[in-house]
Design a binder for this molecule. Sequence first.
Ligand SMILES: Nc1nc2c(ncn2[C@@H]2O[C@H](COP(=O)(O)OP(=O)(O)OP(=O)(O)O)[C@@H](O)[C@H]2O)c(=O)[nH]1
Length: 779
Amino acid sequence: MSRHKLVKGLDLDEELNDFDGGVEDDYDDGVSAEDKEQLRQGLIRVREVIGENGDFTDKEIEDSLWHYYYDVDKTVNYLLSQKAGSQPKKSKKKKGDAVGTAAKDFFKDSPWLNIPKERCGEILIEPLYPRGRLLGGASKADGAPKSKLAALAAARKRKENLKPEDDQDAPSSVTLLDRLGAKPRARKPDPQFSSSSSDSQRTPAEQEKTTQARKYPARKSPSAEALPAEQLTEAPSNASEDLPSSGGDGELERTPAAAPSVFARTIFGPSAESHAPAHGSADSRMSKSLEYHTEFDFTVPSPDDVVIKAQSTKRPAQKPGKQPAPQANNDRSVNAIAHGVEEVAIEDVRVRRKNLDVLAEFGKLKAKNAANFVVIGHVDAGKSTLMGRLLYDLKVIDQRTLDRYRKEAERLGKGSFALAWVLDQGTEERNRGVTIDIAMNKFETETTSFTILDAPGHRDFIPNMIAGASQADFAVLVIDASTGNFESGLKGQTKEHALLVRSMGVQRIVVAVNKLDTVAWSQSRFDEITQQISAFLTTAGFQSKNLAFIPCAGLTGDNIVHKTTDPNASWYTGPPLISLLESSEPVARALEKPLRLTIDDIFRGGVQNPLSISGRLDAGTIQVGDTILVMPAKETATIKSIEVDSAPSDWAVAGQNLILHLSDIDPKYLKSGDVICPPSAPIPCLTSLTVKVLAFSHITPMHVEVLKGRLHAPGRVTKLLAELDKASGNVVKGKKPRLLKPGAVARVLLEMEEAVPLEQGGRVVLRAGGETVGAGLVE
Ligand SMILES: Nc1nc2c(ncn2[C@@H]2O[C@H](COP(=O)(O)OP(=O)(O)OP(=O)(O)O)[C@@H](O)[C@H]2O)c(=O)[nH]1
């Protein structure tokens, strides 16, 4: 399966945007912009529903909305019941009605309310102190009543000022992702329940601040904790009034047992009330008959923590203390993503560089030759079918899979595309019967390990074809030999593709004259096509010795892996396609050059690898633990692990197709087309470059898109500097070009809208208005 298709599917930005826990960066006065918008919309809707029925202030409505987590119905119910004075007062509450009507309403859609009485547990403890009321209310310390929102804002500000010491050294610009990665403070013992001396050493004012701050955690979902029964039955009031001073009588320090939540009380039903001793008595806190209740020291790990820890120690990847060291750059949010994921899954393993001599390792390997080839040609020439057949005949895909494809393709009325589906995995590709993006597949012969880059033939997807061509060592040009189609292909993408691959540095082409079954294996048709294509390719700069032609039919498998047995094709005595592929010379690898890898794709490589990239190593070597530089972002990252051709490896060399799992970088610094290089030898980032260009169509000073692999960057041809002699490359004197005609070679000046990672010798393609207008070399 295509690597691209296998690993795509993660939109980190989207995932990060989806994350809403603990984010405080965009809070203004303690209320996030999102909350404000929810409040604004909620207010409008509540006003619409209430109509004439209430003279509530905006603040009252907003406070109710806040507590009901923007649930308009519940807010309206509450407000109207307030107005009607129908809420039963606490003192008048019936025995056994511990939860109250409002709480039941709140949970009315919850199936667990119907628990048979005999299965209900019993709660024998009452809340240790009156719970904050529904809307919390504000501290009246300053004499003026504050709304819940104002209290929230104030609490947040106080919380900011009360950051623990270990946070104070952190840079002020802590990113969202850092927060994601931060160890949750909630895991620390709650000082309110801690009997530590440090707590008792704090001043009452400090303890008051802590209490206030803790009252307003980041909102995620309505919690039962926020809606105790008493709160649901009483008007908004000053919550702080209801809370005992944490620094006062020390009651809280002595009584760590939490009060039952509304959820618990709803589940346990009336028993909680009926068995509850008088509130505030010592018995209420330490009932002897309460088998499951023992004093719990919150400063030690909870039973859950113990179990989780025990489970985690069974997994080697979860070794505590193996977290990567904190990085200098604190908004390296990828680190934080990794941490965020690891908080809930598996802890990271520190990346250790083994200081391998990669070239020596590669020498020892005695690996097979490796070659990437791009399959090009006009739309519907039969490229995917041909490659599907190749993979099938080589037993890379089995009969069952092919039968399944055939069945599904027939169901869609596209039975003839079954083999193409081996490569075309996308739903849209299958529905439309058209390749859209490069599909990568691998196969091996005795001598060579091949990577197929199946390119789309349709003109709309030329940029994807260019991305594939940029990674290819040679090309297979597929030509539809059927009557009329060869001719239309010539006018279409057959020539354009051939020119493009040549421009990208490809020197060898195997021409598959396909669909010969449709012309009864006519030798004259084959000869005619060979002649025309050969003439074109040699003028496009391919040497005759680097051209090979083969008559074949991908659909029937003739001359693909096995020689045809069709009597009409007896005139052909040459080898099948696979032999021609194998005869390609091993590619010279730029092993000694500085590391260069153009990012092809960025994705989540798994739970342990939240950020991964793929691409072909153009030059140099790389090993696990290396620090790399991403250009043009100029950000560094660490190579956490490497996959070469989908197998884990400690190192990789030029010419290999890799997946690199990264750490210590924010994904926002990565995009397809960026270049990975060593910090000691960065690729230059250019805003202005001179290019020796071959014009495919007319070029004047104009806007163009510059493509190199997956790099697509807008720019402008600002000057036609000189026209060059095609043979010698020398400047043609006396000619100041104002326009380049198709076929002309010239030196042009390009100004880019932003810096692009390109260096001398880099091959680029220029496109404008959906057409390829030229291709060239950066000088
Ligand atoms: N008769 C015959 N039909 C073929 C042969 N090869 C492919 N076809 C048919 O040609 C149609 C197009 O085949 P594809 O493999 O999708 O062509 P493609 O070049 O990959 O198309 P794009 O990638 O979209 O440009 C399908 O209906 C195939 O069944 C062949 O050798 N003989």
